[in-house]
Design a protein around this ligand. Structure first.
Ligand code: TNX
Length: 752
């Protein structure tokens, strides 16, 4: 009944808006609403016209009229629907306005049953502001658009009244009901407050699903009351923790976990912001952490721990053990009760099935069940786990590999991550599929070859994300029907090696890629105009600045010709340069005359944002003098030391490093250079390294002097005073939680 009244009201208001649009040009003087609430709260000024700054994501349909609606600080938010109170309170808080349940007010919120759940209309006319949605999400989405129409200072918590809004009529709805993001809080711990900050950033961009990757090899982040040790022990690694300090530089116990109370708070916080929190308990692989605390979950054979200092690196649940399903029933029962989401993500990725092939019990089970492959054994395991959560009325969500061993239950939702091909396969097999292909949506990937991050899927910036559309990557119309939505992810192995205490690295990797994701997830169109979107995104930078986001700017373009070095950026940011040998960066104001262009390094900055460092190409040139590797540890048969000696590839030892172990580079001829990077560990990953250690340099090959400590396995020798004959990396920790040490070739920058 109430809903119908509102619908009629909406229609009336919409009709009046059309009237306003035609009337406006005749009205030269400000018109003031004559009801008492309106006078104080807002009035329309037809002498002014306002074009809102680019709205992102782009609304489906937006019409603007002549005139502005000026809203005063005494404006009230009207909400008369109980279920909408959370969004009403949210809006009041953002705008420092009061809420009323009376009829009159400047900003009115309500339902319109004619609309879809997440669809909304936002109308600004002489009656003030009206936001109606089909459901809670629709109203919230409308409110998010309203915020974007107001001065961006509100994102930093300050609103100066009166504020102005353009007269408008916006009708909008999303392309996909699932617009997600996944945060890996295992490799890098992010506390409750950090997650909430991130939820706000998602909400501003109308994303609606936050998946928390709560368990992995390196951590267990959620309290389980029936097994308190999982979080209390498994939430921490390093120091005296039984969990090895992989991914990180910490010698001390480091980490944390969410208590159930914390998680309820996060869930509620997200819910107010139209975001559902989906938990992920990654099974049966990626389970090294729980296996360290509960070795009884592992397969029935004795591991070879000699290479890893007594550390058992087996990481998968044994599918043949009934007791495992009992343990998982305890754990997942609590997870199902804690999280209101329809889906529980139960993993299914990257299982090291060699463990099952070595296990007599797994082999016996396979024989008994007539299974031919270990993929079928995984299907068996996932089905058992799906049954557990089905008891709680939940549906399973899985990574794409989980569908390889046979049909999973009808209710399963698949997250396609390995490639577009795997996404298409899943959708083609009829599974409701969330598209999260690494080459488009893994925001832990590098954004250019010289920046941090992974590169296994691709190296890409926001342009690739913006260019995504199912049609462009080969989806057939049939397959497309099974797309539930899209999601991006941030796996945080590399974050751990930066400064997880701050948001900088997280923001740099995520923004503006997340802005492009939001656009693509929302706008129901396959057409793309990269230049136009970039312009709009640059306008949106003002909002990101106000939100305090340390996003990545596009790199400035450096040119050198006729002895003049010039640099330009196209987004209005400031450019700074550092001159070789000078300590302080300076503001770039005009082209630089120089015959040494490689002496200049540039960076664009604005707010908290920055670009990567840029320079003329010769600045980045490296040299490859011949050298050889010696070590206190034996060399791997397959990854011999000469692999690294040839530059470009990794070498390996046959075991992890112990205190006093060393790796030495000896150059045939002493090397003169301005900088030399030496490193243990994989190229992109701070893994397989000397957890702690120091570096010694020798100029004569006989005497060594200590020059500094390894950080995440890496050290930069800067401005060595003499040509370097040899460099030695010495380990001061015991083990690295893995079975070998990786050795990188040195990266050597010549004198400029
Ligand atoms: C693959 S994504 C993984 C993660 C890594 C990620 C790094 C997935 C299902 N497995 O364990 O963190 O790559 O990009």
């Amino acid at each position: 009944m109430a809903k119908r009244t509102i619908t009629i009201l909406v229609l009336l208001v919409a009709m009046m808006f059309v009237g306003v649009a035609t009337l406006t040009s005749q009205c030269a003087t400000p018109s003031v609403e004559d009801d008492s609430a309106g006078v104080e709260q807002f009035y329309i000024d037809y002498t002014q016209r306002l074009t809102p700054k680019a709205l992102i994501p782009t609304p489906l349909d937006a019409v603007y009229g002549d005139g502005v609606c000026r809203i005063s600080g005494s404006a009230r938010v009207v909400c008369r629907t109980e279920e909408l109170m959370p969004v009403a309170h949210y809006l009041c808080q953002r705008l420092s306005l009061d809420l009323t349940t009376e009829r009159e007010g400047a900003i009115r919120l309500g339902y319109d049953p004619m609309l879809e759940v997440e669809e909304y209309r936002l109308i600004v006319d002489e009656r003030g502001v009206l936001v109606v949605g089909g459901g809670y999400g629709g109203v919230f989405n409308g409110v998010m658009t309203l915020l974007q129409m107001l001065p961006e200072t509100l994102y930093s918590g300050s609103v100066t009244y009166p504020v102005e809004l353009p007269l408008c009529n916006i009708s909008d709805r999303p392309r996909w009901g699932h617009r997600g993001f996944m945060l890996d809080v295992c490799r890098t711990w992010m506390d409750k407050e950090a997650v909430k900050r991130f939820i706000d950033l998602m909400a501003y961009h109308k994303l609606n699903s936050l998946r928390l990757h709560l368990t992995d090899d390196e951590a267990w982040r959620i309290e389980i009351e029936s097994h308190p040790e999982l979080a209390q022990e498994g939430g921490f690694r390093g120091g005296d923790s039984p969990i090895w300090p992989r991914y990180g530089k910490w010698n001390e116990r480091w980490g944390g976990y969410y208590t159930k109370a914390d998680m309820r708070e996060i869930i509620e916080y997200a819910k107010v912001r139209n975001i559902e929190v989906v938990p992920e308990i990654d099974l049966p692989g990626h389970s090294l952490c729980i296996a360290t605390l509960h070795p009884e979950i592992l397969c029935n054979y004795t591991p070879n721990t000699s290479r890893a200092f007594g550390y058992d690196v087996r990481s998968a649940f044994c599918p043949s053990k009934e007791s495992n399903y009992e343990l998982l029933a305890d754990i997942l029962g609590e997870v199902c009760e804690l999280f209101p989401s329809e889906y529980i993500h139960i993993g299914g990725d990257e299982v090291d099935m060699a463990q099952w092939r070595r296990c007599p019990d797994c082999l016996a089970l396979m024989q008994k069940m007539g299974m031919e492959s270990t993929a079928e054994l995984q299907q068996y395991f996932m089905s058992r786990v799906s049954d557990i959560i089905a008891n709680y009325g939940k549906r399973p969500a899985v990574w794409n590999e989980a569908i390889e061993g046979g049909r999973l239950s009808e209710s399963t939702r698949v997250y396609g991550w390995e490639s577009v091909k795997e996404c298409r396969r899943s959708a083609g097999e009829g599974y409701p599929t969330v598209l999260i292909p690494g080459e488009y949506f893994y925001f832990d990937m590098k954004q250019s070859s010289r920046e941090p991050g992974h590169d296994w899927a691709a190296i890409f910036d926001w342009r690739k994300v913006y260019g995504f559309a199912p049609k462009y990557v080969g989806f057939t119309a049939e397959e497309e029907k099974n797309i539930v939505g899209i999601e991006a992810s941030f796996f945080s192995e590399v974050y751990a090696s930066h400064t997880p205490e701050t948001d900088d690295y997280l923001h740099y990797q995520l923004f503006p890629r997340l802005v492009a994701l939001a656009e693509v997830a929302w706008v129901d169109s396959d057409s793309r105009d990269e230049t136009a979107f970039y312009e709009r995104m640059v306008a949106h930078y003002d909002r990101l600045d106000a939100m305090g986001v340390a996003y990545r700017l596009m790199p400035p373009v450096v040119k050198y010709s006729d002895g003049v070095l010039s640099v330009a950026c196209d987004d209005g940011s400031k450019i700074y340069y550092s001159k070789y040998g000078d300590a302080m960066p300076e503001l770039y104001t005009e082209p630089i005359k120089t015959n040494k262009p490689a002496h200049y390094l540039f960076v664009a900055r604005r707010g908290e944002a920055r670009s990567q460092d840029v320079a003329v190409e010769s600045y980045f040139k490296t040299i490859t003098p011949t050298f050889n590797i010696t070590s206190s540890m034996p060399e791997s048969e397959r990854f011999t030391f000469d692999k690294a000696e040839g530059y470009g590839r990794l070498a390996r030892t046959t075991r992890a490093g112990d205190e006093g172990d060393w790796v030495m580079f000896t150059f045939d001829t002493p090397v003169e250079c301005r900088r030399m990077k030496v490193a243990t560990g994989n190229f992109q990953l701070p893994r397989y390294l000397f957890e702690n250690g120091y570096v010694e340099v020798s100029y004569d090959g006989v005497n060594f002097e200590r020059v500094g400590d390894l950080e995440c396995g890496i050290f930069y020798i800067e401005q060595p005073p003499h040509p370097i004959k040899a460099v030695r990396m010495v380990c001061t920790s015991r083990g690295n939680g893995a079975e070998w040490v990786s050795i990188q070739p040195p990266t050597i920058y010549p004198q400029l």
